[in-house]
Ligand binder design. Sequence first.
Ligand code: ADP
Ligand code: MG
Length: 399
Amino acid sequence: MRLIVQKFGGTSVATEDGRKRVLQIIKDAKSKYDGVIVIVSAMGRYGAPYATDTLLSLIEHNIKQLEPIEADLLLSTGETISSVVLSYELKKSNIESLALTGSLAGIVTNNKHTNAEVLHIERDYINNLLEKGIIPVIAGFQGRTRDYKVTTLGRGGSDTSAALIAEAFDAELVEIYTDVDGIMTADPKLCDDAKVLDRISYQEVFQIADSGAKVIHKGAVEVARRAGIPLVIKNTFTDHTGTSIMEYLNYKTDTTIEDKIITSIAHRLNRIQFSISGSLDDDKFFKRLAEEDVSIDIINIFPNYRVFTTSTDREVEATLVLKEFNIDYQLIKNCAKVTVVGEKMTGIPGVMSKIVHGLKSEDIEILQTTDSLATIACLIHDKDLEKAVQVLHKTFEMM
Ligand code: ADP
Ligand code: MG
C-alpha cells in the first residue's frame, strides 16, 4: 500500500478558507496514493479560541498549577477539536474519514506528562480504517500512557506525531503544511530578504530546528531520517513546491545544491545568562541544576569563572541553586541566541570573523558564543535580534 502522511499546522486549519485548501490538498493526495493519513494541530495561534496558548491562558499560563495528568488533558483539547472539525468537513465533501485522538491512533508514550516520549505505535485501529479506504484524521501532539492516561509530546509535537506515524506505517512521504513556502534562509518574520530553500539535508534542518526555528520540530527530523522517509515542508496557502528534506548525496559534486557555506540563520528567544566568579564545585553545582530541570544552552567554564545560558522560564530554579551554593552571580535577562547553520562551514576559516564583523558593524554586543561542526551561535540582547538576523543574512549573501 503506497501511503502518504500529511500534517497540517495551526494556521492551516484555523479558518474555513484554510481548511478548504486543506480539503483540496487531501483530495489530491487521495487520488495519487493508496492511503492518506492526516495529522492536525490545534487551530490558530495565541488568541484563537482553541489554540494551545489560549488554553494555557485559562490557567494563567502556569501549567504547574495543575496535576500533570490534568495539564495534558487541557493541552490536548485543541488538537482533538481540530481533528473532529476537519473530519466533518471531509465527510461533507464526500471523503470518508474518522477523527482519532492520539490514544485511539495507538500512540503509546512514557508517563513524562507535557513532554512525553513515544514508546511504540499500535497499528491495528488505523490499519483497519486504511483497508476500508477511510482517512484517519489524527489529533497531533498527543498520545497515551500504557495505562491510558492522556499525554502530550511537547512544543511542535504534531510534527513528531506525523513522522512517527509515517515510520510505523512505512509511508512513502511526510508532508508538513504550514504558513510559509518552506524552510527559509531565516525566519521571514524577522528578515524580509529570507528565501526558500529547495532542498536541505536532514542534518542541516535538524540543526536549524535545534537552534530554535519552529518551522519544523527536530524530533520529526530525527524520526524521518532514521526511517529514511523524505519530509517535504509546504505552504497550505500557495502552490510553491516547498522544501524537500533528504540525505545529501554529495554537496561537493551535486550541482543542484547551492554552494553556500551558510544555509540558514536561526534564533531562539527567552534566554538569560548567569556569570559566576570564584571557585565552585562544578560537579555538584551542575548536577543540582540538572535536578532542578535547568537545561544549559551555552556554557563556558574557566578556572575562576563560569558563564551559562538557560531559558527564561528556568530563572527561579537556577537562582535557587545559586543561592544554595552561596555564590555571587550576575544575571543578564532578555537575551536571544542567533545561530548560523551550514554543514559546509566545517574547516572553512573566517566564518566566526565574518559574524563578529557583521554584528559589530551594527553595534551589536556579543555576550557569549558557542560552536559545533555545523553551527556558530552568539548570545545577544534580544532588542538586537532582528538587526542581527538581517545583518548576518547580508554578510553571508544569503538572499
Ligand atoms: P505550524 O502552526 O504550521 O506548525 P509554526 O508556527 O510552528 O507553524 O512554524 C511556521 C513558522 O516558523 C513560520 O510562520 C515562520 O515565522 C517560522 N520560522 C522560523 N524560522 C523559519 C525558517 N528558517 N523558515 C521558515 N519559517 C521559519
Ligand atoms: Mg509547528
